[in-house]
Design a protein around this ligand. Structure first.
Ligand code: FAD
Ligand code: SF4
Ligand code: SF4
Length: 484
């Protein structure tokens, strides 16, 4: 089984990238200069005060041990599943009681030195010892289990939770408490990416409340899910901000989303490592997919996980097709390529998406595809051709073998069709006489000033093409993109 949890950047600010230096300075430097431990007083004061207003925000954004776990340990960590016991209230309460007992008894011992020079050294050392213990124990757990294992039962985290509840009771959180919020649950792909990257191994997408917020106490507001959500529908917002985002959200392209099932009636291979599945659904599902839309394909229950696939063919009758590229080590494509067979029933949701719904009344259409991002353009071009409309398709791939649907595209762009097809290869074989390089190399030579541009491909391609088009004077309102 491929690894469910994904290692991805979790440190989005300089503080989060380098705060671990503070941890090592206090934990190890304190062995020679114990007064360094007195700095921890400031840390405890700040995190306690902040938690009254913002829950565990400190843990995700300022904690120096958190920085050590996320920045230094993550690349070397096993990054596996946390055992349920380590997330339990019992473990949290036991560690907290033991820690407080330990700290209090040390304070009592040190207090006998009050008034002497030694007092401050010994007091500092109490904190140095606890910082060292957390660094060693948290570090080992981080390597063997997952980087943020310690954070599940960290006594400071437990204390913040208590303070947070007090802040809520006093009404102090209302204005400042930013939680993970979703623009509209109907726009969620249920892909579980937010759960797979979450350092605390939470599952936000399954637990949004009525007001579209993720109210889990253990959320450290680290933004990792926000940065990684492919639908770009997550934010860190107060309840009022979340409500405003929800109200401003348009449901165009998502209003007909529904659950339905289909039977796999055909499997073909339009290019190396790509399989196209024909899915036959019942006429009473009432769905009517549009060219440019995508559907969600369920890959597992518990938790329910789907993968988004652009529709690569519509009809005849109650049929639609999706073309799926195998991702080396991919969780979902591993399941699909390993278990999806002819005559199997699959659960779907959709159709949905509006970015690639081509406007009826516009001319000068430029379509840009990268790799498997070609899929939505097959039904789009079929429709354009049927309506006698003109368009140019620039399609980038690595080699000849990676050009999916090449024959279909050649026939769609036959002379007199009004469709111009420009494939471009980054690593062609020697005898290739077509365009070489990237899609941007071809677009640079096109007159695009009056174009409406629709693109689908890797995020890097979308970013590069967008900036080239902006340079060439295409306004952003005429550029539409979806990442594949
Ligand atoms: C609107 C939309 C339409 C799409 N249409 C299509 C389509 O038509 N055809 C198609 O093939 N795909 C399409 N996709 C992409 C598709 O949804 C899946 O993302 C894709 O199939 C990969 O899924 P996966 O679970 O196999 O990969 P994942 O396991 O989710 O991996 C995705 C990426 O994360 C990386 N990764 C995975 N695990 C780790 C790890 N442990 N550490 C570090 N990095 C890791 C992988 O290298 C990979 O690049 C579309 C996506 C969207 C949003
Ligand atoms: S990451 Fe996926 S499951 Fe999570 S909110 Fe975004 S689209 Fe939904
Ligand atoms: S839910 Fe999001 S913000 Fe909260 S801990 Fe997980 S990744 Fe961080």
């Amino acid at each position: 089984m491929n690894n469910y949890f994904i290692k991805t950047t979790r440190t989005f600010s300089s503080l989060r990238r380098y705060a671990w230096i503070f941890t090592l300075t206090v934990a190890f430097g304190g062995l020679w200069y114990p007064r360094l431990g007195l700095l921890v007083f400031g840390v405890i004061f700040a995190l306690t005060a902040m938690s009254l207003f913002k829950g565990r925000y400190w843990c995700g954004n300022y904690c120096a041990h958190g920085s050590l776990f996320d920045q230094v340990l993550l690349p070397f960590s096993r990054n596996g599943q946390l055992p349920g016991l380590l997330k339990s209230k019992l473990v949290r309460a036991t560690v907290f009681a033991w820690f407080m007992y330990n700290l209090t008894s040390k304070f009592i011992r040190v207090s006998s030195l009050w008034g002497q020079w030694m007092f401050w050294d010994r007091l500092g050392f109490v904190f140095v010892a606890s910082y060292l213990m957390v660094t060693v124990a948290g570090g080992l757990l981080g390597l063997l289990v997952t980087p943020r294992t310690w954070c599940q039962f960290c006594p400071m985290g437990t204390m913040q939770l208590g303070m947070y509840r007090l802040g809520k009771f006093l009404g102090w959180t209302r204005k400042y408490d930013r939680m993970i919020s979703i623009e509209d649950t109907d726009k969620c792909h249920k892909c579980a990416k937010c759960a797979r990257v979450c350092p605390m191994q939470l599952t936000p997408y399954t637990e949004f409340s009525q007001n579209n917020q993720f109210e889990h106490d253990a959320c450290i507001r680290c933004l990792t899910c926000v940065e990684n959500c492919p639908a770009k529908i997550l934010t860190l917002s107060t309840a009022v901000e979340a409500e405003q985002i929800r109200e401003a959200s348009e449901d165009k392209g998502y209003e007909h989303r529904r659950k339905f099932s289909a039977i796999i009636t055909r499997i073909t291979e339009p290019a190396s490592d790509i399989r196209e599945y024909t899915l036959s659904y019942n006429s009473d599902t009432g769905i009517s997919p549009l060219p440019g839309q995508f559907i969600l394909v369920k890959i597992q229950d518990q938790p329910e996980i789907f993968r988004a696939y652009s529709i690569s063919g519509i009809g005849p009758g109650n049929e639609l097709r999706v073309a799926i590229k195998r991702v080396p080590g991919g969780y979902g494509t591993g399941i699909i390529f390993g278990t999806f067979v002819l005559d199997m029933e699959v659960e779907l949701e959709g159709p949905m998406g509006h970015e690639l719904l081509v406007d009826d009344g516009v001319d000068g259409l430029l379509l840009v595809a990268g790799g498997i991002g070609i899929t939505p353009f097959i039904p789009i071009l079929q429709e354009l051709r049927a309506k006698g409309r003109r368009a140019t398709l620039v399609y980038g791939a690595n080699t000849e073998n990676d050009l999916a649907f090449h024959e279909t595209l050649l026939s769609l762009s036959a002379e007199g069709s009004g469709i111009s097809y420009l494939p471009v290869l980054a690593k062609p074989q020697d005898e290739y006489y077509g365009h070489r390089g990237f899609v941007t190399d071809v677009i640079r030579d096109l007159d695009v000033t009056a174009s409406h541009v629709y693109m689908c491909g890797p995020q890097g391609m979308v970013t590069a093409v967008t900036s080239l088009l902006r340079e060439k004077g295409v306004p952003s309102e005429r550029i539409f993109a979806e990442s594949a």
